[in-house]
Design a protein around this ligand. Sequence first.
Ligand code: GLN
Length: 455
Amino acid sequence: MKIIEKVEAIKQQELTATENLEQMYSIIEEKNNDINAFVELDLQRAQKVAENIDNRIKNNEDTGKLAGLVIGIKCNINVEDLIVSAASPTLKEYIGSYNATVINRIIEEDGVIVGLTNMDEFAAGSSTETSMYGPTNNPSAPGHIPGGSSGGSAAAIAAGMCDIALGSDTGGSIRNPASHCGVMGFKPTYGMVSRQGLLDLSMSLDQIGPFANDTTGIALMLDVITGYDPYDTTTIKKETSPFIDDTKTTSLENTTVGIVKEFMDVTDDKINNVVNKSIDQLSDLGADIKELTFEDINLGLPTYYLINYVEFFSATRKYDGRKYGERIEEVCGPEVARRIEIGSYISQKEFSGKYYKKALQARSLIRNDFNDLLSNVDVIAGPTVPKLPHKIGEEIDTMDMYAYDILTVLANITGIPASSMKSGLVDDIPVGLQLQAKPEEDHKILSTMSALENN
Ligand code: GLN
């Protein structure tokens, strides 16, 4: 049953919100010990919410767009009364004192938030192995990393523990775990979704977005969380048509899809073979396929990490041990420590404009060149991640870890929307198809995903 059909079934009282919660919760109880997708659960509160929805439906009262759906939230998004630790010992006792804007919107639309999901410490990673709660297992490729940093949210969806989950994506943290776990993940255009209440990794790159097993789940959540928010001045003021309408797309006539040679060049051949089949499918659905080249590909990672280090360093200055618990430098893991140290160094050198200014120049260059590429096509299709996920605990050096992000960071640097959906399997491990489009053309991505799903 698709997510939109489940919402209907709940409204028609064929399934109650309480039953849906019970079903999902029993899967959590059965599998979470092994998967470690959820790090905190709040069954009592969820039960109350579900009962309230059921009562209102019985009394013929109106209910919201997400009525009765079970939702998981990445543990770097503020939810009142839950421990919002960003998986860091720094914040291990920090209890959310307010709801992020996205959380308030989910509650208004009757989503049933069941708990918080695992992630890399402060979202700085691609494997969910740096969490203070321990690693998350990949339900679709047991023993392998689920990807990161929103690995808990992707794994929760892959394991059937919730209907929709939220993650955050700074350099790929929604799309990368969606790819490795074989689910759908969507990073909206920068500014489409309020970041108010998100603990930032790198504020000019961060964006919140949904995971689900089908496009209707993605669409319903986007319809709820997108839109202007007076508490986040970077949000875009613009009304768009409902995303749920895009999910009916069946044909791609009049759609031009770009394929970028350099994206395939950096990717494992086995992954390319699978992704090429999805591209053939796009062509069978009527899309016009166009070959493109993007020569700045090797600028992406250095530009991304430089900006990330500097912005993260600045964001962490509030964790000085006075207001939120422990001083970050004293308790954080090695990756977070590295970013703080290098970020501090780069910031000190800033008066000479040695690094950060260059990164900002590279960012403009990448943005201009990427916009040129997109000006000829509706969407760009290609692999999400260039290599398969490693085994949990396998030693992998920092540069190899960063290399997972080469195809995903570009969308954050440029602010464009991007998604990942399952393309197929390589050695029994899911691999994702990434779709990218012009800023504010999120609808085109969802339509393309839907056309693939509906055929
Ligand atoms: N893996 C990237 C990093 O470590 C992306 C993280 C993210 O998107 N939050 O910064």
